[in-house]
Write a protein that binds this ligand. Sequence first.
Ligand SMILES: [Zn+2]
Length: 283
Amino acid sequence: MKLIACLATIVLLGHSSFAQKQDKIFDVHLHGDPKQQEQLDALKANGVRTIAVSTSWSMQQTYKSDKSLKVLQGLMLPCPNGKVPYSLQPCFEDGREWPDPKWVEEQVKQKRVHFIGEVLSQYYGISSSDSAMYPYYSIAEKYRLPVGIHTGSAGPDHGCPDFKEEMGNPLLLKQTLAKFPNLRVWLMHAGVPFLNECIEIMKAHPNVYADISVLNNPRIIPAGEFSTIMKKFIDAGLEDRLMFGSDNGPIYLAVKSVEQLSFLTSAQKEKIFYLNAERLFGK
Ligand SMILES: [Zn+2]
């Protein structure tokens, strides 16, 4: 046993010198990867213990919890032209864009869906408060499932011709929050570049959280910019509602980006790495 523990430490150090510190990370923003085993091994080696996965329905079923990793299953919708953005695999086997709400409720009851997300309304070219979303919000509210909504910008080559940057504004969610006051929501990518709008809606609605995926990837957002964004959230008093996510970026860099923020206390880091997510997901 000792030898195994020793080897495990070496592997951890090989990935990141920060890996030893955090060992309860909750990654709220993850998608399927054709090299699933490598993906999961890297997550575990860097201290991730819980993941919220959303990908095509068929790939989703291949992600299973084991003794060192808890898997929470999402439900992507709506799927532009029936496809998952970027990977362009069919969301559902029959090619539909919107799953039947009755079927969704059945999956929720059978514990095959633990959260609604990634909500792709923006990639579909509609508002997050479009009434077409209401049946799903209604199910989420009824079963107390968190809803993760893509907000802000998108990377290149997503393959969704109707994508609209302006539909990524977090303030669009106001109507929904008025109609579903108990809905638990998180704004994926913290709405950036609509950062002020994200902060505004979070301050007004205690049920609204945000994930910092992509922002914590220094290959996409420079470290200095990430630091400025995080400082703004902390100064706005939102440290209890920021959540770690990697969005399939290099996990050791994503963890390191947060660890490097010198203005965060270790208690604040714990909130961001897992405590806030555990509260939102009702642990
Ligand atoms: Zn996203």
